[in-house]
Design a binder for this molecule. Structure first.
Ligand SMILES: Cc1ncc(COP(=O)(O)O)c(C=O)c1O
Length: 425
């Protein structure tokens, strides 16, 4: 991966096949007009297979656990999806938890750890989504633990590992850190952080919000040895209405909200729609399908790794094009009237999320101007509780967030750059 610091596009023929697997890539279904959908961090374009597999199962009236062919089939979907998700996270043991949102997962797990694990302080970062940040702050206050927050480096929009380690000590109960910022696109070095933090406290509980990283790169629980990781399928080609997490054995076994006679591994109250399990497997199978175009193996993790690495490399190439342009047109970095809000020197430390600011337009004005020009992006400002702390931490009141997907191509990026140059004038 490091051998392609500026990324590597997928072959054009495969790129076309990938594009065809998504709904509404080129045309806005509301206006019927051509448009670029560059707000995939808000909710990604849908994979046709994810939507269709969900619908097929959701039409069945049967109930899992009731016996009979249809019921057994529904049960088997859960088993397969949990297997697929463990492979996706490269996780061993523990359990898969689903809930209505990724926020609920990180909230419930944070509270269970802070309530039950000894320690007098909790460490997190300024870059967290409110679900992880408040998910730590509320129980820290309730259980009287000191709440420590690592500061963002405004230059890079990331947080150096040492800055977080300075806050960890032998009394830290929980370290909760985001994997990729949904505002700046910075990937935090979780593997080094986890390794070094456990030198300070060997049995430290560490959890990660991976909602924005999982759709763009590998999540590897064996490599990082985390206690919980989560993601939201609707940001990964899937449907809204489900959050997914993996919990380590020791988190799984903490006291948590459940029916009295329910097993310890069940962190769900009731069950989610079985179609959701089919949808999860469809996302997993899609990444494996990409992997299969490049490698000849039946090993599921190997296929997933290959597929996800190809996605990462393709998106890195799109990011490089967006920043540096081509011989024909400048990229964002060389463009007058617009700035990338944080430095992006090393693209191996970034996912495809680019925060920009205009010299002469507010973020809100820019968002509406983009819409009129046929580009869907979203402004993240300090008027929203979902982004105030994070944008302020990079010294901004707001940014325009640009988030394409690996089903896009250089042509899409070039079109976006052309429109941006017009708006920046
Ligand atoms: C980094 C991050 N974490 C968590 C969430 C919340 O996900 P959900 O809507 O599934 O609760 C989001 C949503 O934007 C996010 O970007």
């Amino acid at each position: 991966m490091k051998e392609y610091p500026n990324g590597l596009l997928m072959p054009a023929e495969l790129s076309a096949q990938i594009r065809d697997k998504y709904y509404h890539v080129d045309i806005d279904p509301f206006t019927g007009k051509k448009r670029l959908f560059f707000d995939n961090s808000g909710g990604s374009m849908r994979l046709k297979a994810a939507s269709e597999e969900f619908q097929k199962v959701d039409d069945l009236p049967n109930c899992g656990g009731h016996g009979g062919k249809a019921s057994d089939y529904l049960d088997s979907l859960r088993v397969k999806a949990c297997d697929d998700m463990k492979t996706l996270f490269n996780a061993e043991g523990g359990c898969i938890m689903t809930s209505m949102t990724a926020s609920i997962i990180i909230f419930d797990v944070s509270e269970a750890i802070i309530e039950n694990v000894p320690g007098t302080n909790v460490v997190t970062t300024e870059l967290e989504h409110p679900s992880a940040f408040d998910g730590c702050e509320i129980p820290s206050t309730k259980y009287k633990k000191e709440f420590r927050v690592a500061k963002t480096d405004p230059r890079t929009g990331s947080i150096p590992v040492e800055r977080i380690l300075e806050l960890v000590d032998k009394d830290t109960c929980l370290l909760s850190v985001i994997m990729t910022s949904n505002i700046t696109g910075a990937i935090l070095d979780i593997e080094t952080l986890a390794r070094e933090a456990r030198k300070i406290k060997p049995d430290l509980y560490i959890i990660c919000d991976s909602v924005q990283h999982t759709p763009h790169g590998l999540t590897d629980m064996k490599g990082c040895k985390l206690d919980c990781v989560n993601f939201a399928p609707y940001k990964f080609g899937g449907l809204r209405g489900l959050g997914v997490g993996w919990l380590s054995d020791r988190v799984m076994n903490l006291p948590h909200r459940k029916l009295i006679r329910e097993t310890q591994s069940n962190w769900e109250m009731g069950g989610c729609a079985p179609g959701m399990y089919a949808m999860l497997s469809a996302i997993f199978d899609y990444v494996c399908w990409i992997g299969r175009q490049f490698t000849n193996t039946e090993d599921k993790r190997a296929l997933y790794v290959e597929g996800m690495n190809r996605i990462t490399l393709h998106e890195r190439a799109l990011l490089h094009r967006m920043l540096h342009g081509s011989d024909d047109a400048p990229g964002l970095i060389g463009m007058k009237g617009v700035k990338v809000a944080v430095e992006m020197d090393d693209l191996t430390q970034r996912d495809l999320i680019v925060p920009i600011v205009f010299d002469k337009m507010s973020c809100e004005e820019a968002a509406r101007a983009y819409e009129s020009a046929g580009v869907v992006i979203h402004e993240r400002t300090d008027k929203s509780l979902y982004s105030a702390r994070q944008v302020n931490s990079i010294g901004q009141h707001g940014i325009v967030r640009v988030s394409p997907l690996h089903c896009h191509t250089y042509d899409d990026i070039d079109e976006f750059l052309k429109i941006t140059a017009e708006l920046a004038k």
